[in-house]
Design a protein around this ligand. Structure first.
Ligand SMILES: [Zn+2]
Length: 189
């Protein structure tokens, strides 16, 4: 290869590297902007601090052998974290495609299974019988009913985009007594 050819080759390699770095930077920036957009939409639509902090109870009789929590949570689905817990959002958002299975983070019984006002859309709340409740919202499909026992890791529904949501994701809350906790203090992916 002559000197001119060598120079052109080097130039082409440098150009390709610059292009790869630029594409990587843009796609990273794009996903960060998308996360910010999803997060802001959910928070703005739901009004900061307006979330209900109630503890839900099941009025009926629990079936014999109703399950209670093990005290250790498991990560409830597969996906990337798009929003953590902060002043206006006491939950963690995990995004993935619609239909991704959502699992009970611990054993317990279902106290809410249906559409809930306040932006949650289709939501499931599991009472673990040990002071903890976990909430799974924006679901596309609910697979459990109120009063039913669920084992840790049992599928409670499918990920979706119902309620105040700008994209398919799970909004996951951990409640201890009537306190909304930071889920990441109890469980990590
Ligand atoms: Zn959320």
């Amino acid at each position: 290869m002559d000197e001119k050819g060598q120079g052109t080759l080097e130039y082409a390699i440098i150009l390709a590297l610059v292009a790869i770095v630029a594409i990587a930077a843009l796609s990273y920036l794009g996903s960060q902007l998308r996360n910010i957009f999803y997060s802001l939409t959910e928070v703005l639509l739901s009004n900061c601090e307006s979330v209900t902090k109630s503890i839900y109870n099941y009025g009926g009789t629990l079936p014999p052998g109703a399950l209670t929590g093990t005290g250790k949570f498991m990560w409830p689905t597969k996906g990337r974290i798009t929003q953590k817990s902060w002043h206006c959002h006491h939950a963690v958002d995990i995004a993935n495609s619609e239909g991704t299975p959502i699992y009970a983070a611990d054993s317990g019984h279902v106290v809410v299974a249906g559409w809930k006002k306040g932006g949650y859309g289709k939501v499931v709340i599991v009472n673990h019988g040990n002071g903890f409740q976990t909430l799974y919202s924006h679901l596309s499909v609910i697979r459990v009913s109120v009063g039913q026992s669920v084992a840790k890791g049992q599928r409670v529904g499918l990920m979706g985009n119902t309620g105040h949501s700008a994209g398919s994701h799970l909004h996951f809350e951990v409640r201890q007594s009537s306190q909304l906790c930071d889920p990441l203090e109890f469980v990590s992916p």
